[in-house]
Write a protein that binds this ligand. Structure first.
Ligand code: UD1
Length: 430
């Protein structure tokens, strides 16, 4: 089983190129099946989740042809099954995007119930509510969500909770419904907007994405398109916080600074300097980090996917900080691991009370999920001594070349497979 070995203490310095957004790529890949014409998608991150989804698409007859590492050509004219039961598909949350896409196009879909990171109860009631409002029958049987409709008819849907996944799924199905659909209390995340832009480039008529009311006029058919996915806000934010906690100076390139405002403002609050240009941000961390409070919220609030990373930084900040997780109830599992590295954090319900410590110390720890895994690696980069991180396959779900990018910034990090390789790493880093 692969692990990361990390020798902490090096400030991260240099430039890092951010890839395409995983959480935009997943719905956009799924939406590409909504036309029989060919679709070209650029800036797809080479991460496990996108590979799992494209394999599932291939299993029902979709032609997915990579052109290089970050571009695919997709043609869904030869789909031979509307049942997506690929074994791996349950492992990723975004599998359910194939329901909205296939239901919209074929008025029928059966997809294995989603998994994803274990960060709390991940209900799908709002997706189901939306499909039913559009006129579909929805059944959950034998581990599958089964949907079917004679016709999909546009309607008004009020989302009881702000849900990225449900907004996206309903938008896809409604794009090919009859008449107008209005989604109220919609999610406003950049990837929701990216999907709407992609669907519009295929001939859909979607207005208001990025606000909390999305209006979709159904069209009869979608056509081929060529589209480039937006940069990954969370990958960028992770490197920005990695610069902060290692006392580094990192230029994060190929980003949309507007998508990073909540992250940048927290970095400023804790004492970092940020220099912003059109498509890059430089984070300079030269002073001791200050404490702050943060609550995760739907966009444009502070993202839940950055909660472990900011907690790791606040664990090394002066004074007491409070982090409140308001999206997923089970997202502090990594705190036990961080405690083993010397952090002083008490979790009460959805709140972490953090008393900053002067340093972390290297330990053997386990990544409990994707973002917490990345955050624990960051802790290792700032820690005294050697840290070994287990279960790094979670990190590969959403970060392309994570350790290579960190190495290019001066981090001492390697993938190891055995105790022997760990000893070799220790000898090398001294
Ligand atoms: C997406 C992201 C994930 C991110 C999350 C919040 C992808 C593949 N994943 O997940 O990285 O952490 O947005 O920004 O894009 N909920 C319901 N009923 C539903 C749907 C959701 O109650 O039908 C609740 C969830 O339990 C959660 C909240 O709504 O408490 C937000 O979930 P949602 O925005 O749907 O997250 P995902 O789309 O699963």
């Amino acid at each position: 089983m692969e692990q990361y070995a990390i020798k902490g203490g090096n400030p991260l310095v240099g430039e890092v190129e951010i890839g395409g957004a995983k959480n935009a790529a997943l719905p956009i890949l799924a939406a590409a099946v909504m036309t029989d014409e060919t679709v070209y998608i650029d800036n797809i991150p080479d991460v496990r989740d996108t590979k799992v989804l494209t394999r599932a698409m291939q299993s029902i007859g979709v032609m997915v042809k990579p052109e290089g590492r970050h571009r695919v050509v997709i043609n869904a004219a030869q789909i031979h099954s509307l049942v997506v039961e690929d074994d791996n598909i349950k492992k990723i949350r975004a599998s359910y995007y194939l329901i909205g896409a296939l239901l919209g196009k074929y008025k029928q879909a059966e997809v294995a119930l989603p998994g994803g990171c274990d960060i709390g109860c991940r209900a799908i009631d709002q997706h189901i509510k939306g499909f039913k409002a559009l006129g579909a029958e929805v059944l959950i049987e034998h581990g599958l969500i089964k949907t079917r409709a004679e016709r999909l008819i546009g309607c008004n849907i009020y989302m009881d909770v702000v849900s990225v996944g449900a907004t996206i799924n309903i938008m896809m199905a409604a794009a090919l419904a009859e008449g107008q659909t209005t989604i109220e209390n919609a999610a406003k995340e950049p990837h929701v907007v990216d999907l709407a832009n992609f669907l519009n480039s295929m001939g859909a008529n979607i207005k208001g994405a990025g606000t909390d009311v999305i209006r979709i006029k159904g069209v009869k058919k979608l056509h081929g398109s060529e589209y480039t996915i937006i940069p990954d806000q969370i990958e960028a934010g992770t490197f920005m916080f990695a610069a902060a906690i290692t006392k580094g100076d990192v230029m994060v390139k190929n980003v949309i600074p507007k998508h990073l405002e909540s992250i940048s403002s927290k970095l400023l609050e804790i004492g970092c300097e940020i220099v912003e240009a059109d498509d890059c941000l430089r984070v300079i961390s030269s002073k001791p980090l200050e404490h702050t409070h943060v609550k995760t919220l739907p966009y444009p609030g502070f993202p839940t996917d950055m909660q472990p990373q900011i907690t790791v930084a606040l664990g090394l900040s002066k004074g007491t900080s409070i982090v409140t997780e308001s999206i997923f109830e089970n997202r502090f599992k990594y705190v036990d691991e961080l405690t083993r590295m010397g952090a002083n954090i008490k979790v009460e319900g959805n709140t972490a009370i953090i008393d900053g410590v002067a340093k972390y110390t290297g330990a053997s720890i386990t990544a409990p999920d994707l973002r917490a895994g990345a955050a624990l690696v960051m802790a290792g980069l700032a820690a005294e001594g050697v840290t070994v991180v287990d279960d790094i396959h979670y990190i590969a779900r959403g970060y392309e070349d994570f350790h290579l990018k960190l190495q290019s910034l001066g981090a001492q990090i390697a993938v190891i497979n055995s105790e022997r390789e760990l000893q070799k790493f220790k000898l090398k880093v001294g």
